[in-house]
Design a binder for this molecule. Structure first.
Ligand SMILES: Nc1ncnc2c1ncn2[C@@H]1O[C@H](COP(=O)(O)OP(=O)(O)OP(=O)(O)O)[C@@H](O)[C@H]1O
Ligand SMILES: [Mg+2]
Length: 268
């Protein structure tokens, strides 16, 4: 397999997040098979790859929701791979995450969803946390009237925005976006992408996103990494994605059925 890597390697002192030889299997199924990835501080990296290739698992290992079987997760130069308890909480506070399914707490009103990290993580008082939540909702284009609604009362696009507000409310250093625009109409997707770009810039955060949507990739990425069979097979600036010289990347970005990528589609 041709595994051409481009050389977008940023200077070593500017690396915010690094994955080194990351491995994760579930039973016999190897999902991550030695992921190597460096993300520069304040840059926006987008990870692309087919369904089921381990993108979400990679983010969950990165943030510490799943423990890898091997390799290292290095954040700000600190090996965080096996941290637990308070040390894990301290590292967790550096992160904000928008989950693939928005994953809001159904039993909490919108404002408490957004303020969750402020109250639970930072020990902020409820009154102040509510104000901060309403302020953050405004940043994602939602008015104060939304604050007391419950997630079930919102459209999918609104839920994504609330998820985004929750991810950024505590001004994290590193924000993870797992398919922030999947299932949204193209206009709402473009709006969410703009929000991602502007909030990441305003907060001064490092962003790592996953998306299948190539229009989104071009809008939000500084750099792109492609995952295939548990490894990063290409990593380069978004400006090089159309000339990567990598047949896997080419097939993916053009959405071709024919090519080196074989999908596991069992036909019965
Ligand atoms: N907690 C888990 N237990 C067992 N298997 C899991 C678990 N989480 C993920 N997997 C498996 O790991 C593989 C990768 O899953 P993952 O969710 O990372 O894919 P993905 O690349 O995010 O796909 P998609 O683009 O569809 O979201 C899948 O085969 C999935 O079934
Ligand atoms: Mg996923």
């Amino acid at each position: 397999m041709s595994e051409k890597q481009t050389h977008a390697a940023p200077p070593p002192d500017d690396i915010h997040v690094e994955l080194k030889g990351l491995r994760k299997a579930f039973g016999d199924k190897v999902v991550l098979d030695g992921i190597d990835l460096k993300v520069r501080r304040r840059s926006s990296l987008v990870v692309i790859g087919g369904s089921g290739t381990g993108k979400s698992v990679m983010l969950k290992c990165l943030i510490g929701l799943l423990e890898p079987d091997g390799g290292q997760v290095i954040i700000d130069g600190e090996d965080t791979t096996h941290l637990r308890g308070r040390a894990r909480d301290r590292v967790m506070r550096k992160f904000g995450m928008l989950f693939q399914s928005a994953a809001l707490f159904d039993s909490l009103p919108v404002w408490e969803n957004v303020a969750f990290g402020l109250i639970q993580g930072r020990g902020m008082r409820r009154r102040q946390a509510r104000e901060k939540a309403i302020e953050t909702l405004a940043k994602v284009g939602l008015g104060p009237e939304v604050a007391d609604l419950y997630p079930a009362e919102l459209s999918g696009g609104m839920q994504k925005r609330v998820g985004l507000a929750r991810a950024i409310a505590h001004q994290p250093d590193i924000i993870l976006f797992d398919e922030p625009t999947t299932g949204l109409d193209p206009i709402m997707a473009a709006i969410i992408d703009e929000l991602i770009v502007s909030t990441v810039r305003d907060v001064g955060a490092t962003a790592i996103s996953i998306t299948h949507d190539m229009a989104s990739v071009r809008r939000i990425a500084d750099e792109v990494a492609m995952i295939y069979k548990g490894r990063i097979i290409w990593h380069g600036p978004v400006s090089e994605i159309d000339h990567s010289g990598n047949p896997y990347v080419d097939q993916f970005i053009h959405g071709r059925a024919e090519g080196p990528i074989k999908m596991d589609v069992s036909q019965k």
